[in-house]
Design a protein around this ligand. Structure first.
Ligand SMILES: [Zn+2]
Length: 201
């Protein structure tokens, strides 16, 4: 009987040791996983339209398959930013938009243009004379529709924005003619707050 009890106790002790070891292994796994994702999160950005985070590769770009973009973007936006369709003139929501703020890439959230460089071109599409910074926009020769134009794209995710023409105002002489559907506007809240303050004073 004693031996039986001892055997049971020994078994129970072994069981407790095993459970303790399992808990330690589990805790270590959780720590290493969170450390791992923490590291990975640094290379990810949100696209401002959803909770989707993109992985930025070593070349500073986002590489997703067309299937993946289809899952992320609405059909209308996908048609324009991935397939190069153009929205009808005077129909886009930012054509007449005059608020102060930043225009981000609809697909990846990259800041592309500032309201300070937006101007009324009369073309029917939002027009800017300069990107927000150098290296944000990639250019590509576009020979479609029997014309030779320069297509502009978000340099980070490849979203097609529109075209750039050499008939813009000074100081650049350029006109970045962009589809509203390729952009997402983010108001400059500091400016809005300042204006409110000024009105109150
Ligand atoms: Zn982008």
């Amino acid at each position: 009987m004693n031996f039986y009890c001892f055997a049971i106790n020994k078994g129970a002790t072994m069981k407790i040791v095993f459970i303790k070891l399992s808990v330690i292994v589990l805790l270590l796994s959780i720590l290493s996983i969170s450390g791992y994702t923490g590291e990975k999160e640094k290379n990810k950005v949100k696209n401002n339209n959803s909770d989707i985070k993109f992985k930025i590769d070593a070349d500073g770009k986002i590489h997703l398959s067309e299937e993946e973009w289809k899952q992320i973007l609405s059909p209308d936006v996908y048609r324009i930013v991935r397939k190069g369709d153009t929205e009808y003139p005077f129909t886009g929501k930012y054509n007449d938009h005059k608020e102060d703020g930043r225009y981000l890439c609809i697909a990846c959230g990259n800041e592309l243009f500032s309201s300070e460089t937006k101007y009324e071109s009369g073309s029917g599409w939002p027009s800017f004379f300069k990107p927000a910074d150098t290296g944000l926009i990639a250019e590509e020769i576009d020979n479609s529709y029997g014309m030779r134009r320069i297509k502009v794209k978000c340099n980070r995710c490849g979203a097609i924005l529109g075209h750039v023409f050499p008939d813009g105002p000074r100081p650049t002489g350029l006109r970045y003619c962009v589809n509203s559907a390729s952009l997402k506007f983010e108001p400059d809240t500091s400016k809005v707050d300042k204006d409110k303050k000024d009105t109150q004073n």
